[in-house]
Design a binder for this molecule. Structure first.
Ligand code: ADP
Ligand code: MG
Length: 246
């Protein structure tokens, strides 16, 4: 069943069209990767789904509801960015609790959620530390933990690993894959320009192409399983970007 649907979505900044005619259907529990060259609109599309940016045209549905005008906080979505955006004066534990403070959760629930997230992300020994006492990889795990404790229906990731060194990237990627498999009903959308990340994580790849301003082609060059894009690229742009044999 569809979880997130985009129909004819368009985004302009001033007179410049950055996203044209985006049709997309993301199923419940799917891991969908947005990939494409720098500047093609991946982050903008993610921000539109999060509600941080308004579309200029078209419709966005989450579940049954059209959410074009729904505030970010009402969308049941958590977003993890490239920069960790942790609060420097708070401990790891406090950072994770911060987003839960308005939810009127029953006593013990916040502690329980933090304990579960800490367990899942191997943060148990770091709960009392401040962000400056953590490595980049640890900070990114805290940022993911802070998203997990909110129990969102949708996770959005914008190049979450790009500030990490190669070894940590692989490790954190494996953790994100595990997280996906442990949350079968949660849909995840993951922006990257890293082919290996896209190919190993994605159930579905959405390859976006930059618009030249002269054409009116849609932004989405191809949607499909990683192997489908690799073996059956829809056009030369896809073949060139994916580096497939044809
Ligand atoms: P990507 O994430 O794929 O690198 P972005 O979504 O960040 O691409 O940007 C897509 C295009 O939109 C770029 O040309 C960028 O300069 C432009 N853009 C993004 N945000 C804004 C903004 N707030 N105002 C004007 N132009 C923007
Ligand atoms: Mg981006």
């Amino acid at each position: 069943m569809s979880h997130i649907q985009l129909k004819g979505l368009q985004k302009k900044f001033g007179d410049t069209v950055v996203l044209a005619d985006v049709d997309l259907d993301i199923k419940h529990g799917e891991f969908c990767v947005f990939i494409g060259p720098s500047g093609c609109g991946k982050s903008t599309l993610l921000r539109i789904i999060a509600g941080l940016e308004a579309p200029s045209g078209g419709d966005l549905f989450i579940g049954e509801a059209r959410v074009n005008d729904v505030l970010p906080a009402k969308r049941d979505i958590a977003m993890v960015f490239q920069s960790y955006a942790l609060y420097p004066h708070m401990t790891v534990e406090e950072n994770m609790a911060f987003g839960l403070r308005h939810l009127n959760l029953p006593a013990g629930e916040i502690e329980q959620r933090i304990a579960n997230a800490a367990q899942a992300l191997n943060l148990n020994n770091l709960l009392k530390r401040k962000p400056k006492e953590l490595s980049g990889g640890q900070r990114q795990r805290v940022a993911i933990g802070r998203a997990i404790v909110r129990k969102p229906k949708v996770f959005l990731f914008d190049e979450p690993l790009s500030n990490l060194d190669a070894a940590l990237r692989v490790k954190t990627r494996v953790e994100i894959a595990k997280l996906h498999h442990s949350l079968p009903d949660v849909s995840m959308i993951y922006v990257t320009h890293d082919q290996v990340e896209a190919m190993t994580l994605g159930d579905k790849i959405v390859l976006l192409r930059p618009l030249s301003g002269q054409d009116d082609l849609p932004s989405v060059a191809q949607v499909g399983h990683p192997l489908e894009l690799y073996h059956h690229p829809a056009n030369r742009f896809v073949a060139g970007f994916i580096g497939s044999p044809s």
